[in-house]
Write a protein that binds this ligand. Structure first.
Ligand SMILES: [Zn+2]
Length: 104
């Protein structure tokens, strides 16, 4: 029975929340369905909360994302304090979104 409740807790909510594009900085309040239609790469349809992955709007590519910088060895997780300011802001976003969304 408790397992069923856990499963229910994982059902994708259709509430709107703030989406954020790492590349152009656009912010929009969208539901997961609206975001998917508009081409956003964003959880819960794309990626997982609190895990570094591309976070972009429908107009932008993933080559400028923190995820890409890590994949291409431009940056490493060993020393985030040495990253450029904008990369540290991206990391802060991922940590913050984990707090905000994983509790739902
Ligand atoms: Zn964008």
């Amino acid at each position: 029975m408790s397992y069923g409740l856990v499963m229910f807790g994982c059902v994708v909510s259709n509430e709107a929340f703030e989406h954020w594009c790492e590349n152009c900085g656009k912010r929009e309040i969208l539901t997961p369905g609206e975001a998917f239609q508009a081409g956003w790469d964003f959880p819960p349809r794309m990626g997982v909360w609190g895990v570094i992955s591309p976070r972009t709007c429908g107009d932008c590519g993933i080559e400028t994302t923190l995820w890409w910088a890590l994949q291409s060895d431009e940056l490493t997780m060993d020393d985030p304090m040495s990253w450029p300011e904008n990369r540290r802001q991206s990391l802060a976003w991922f940590l913050n979104e984990a707090e905000q969304h994983q509790r739902r």
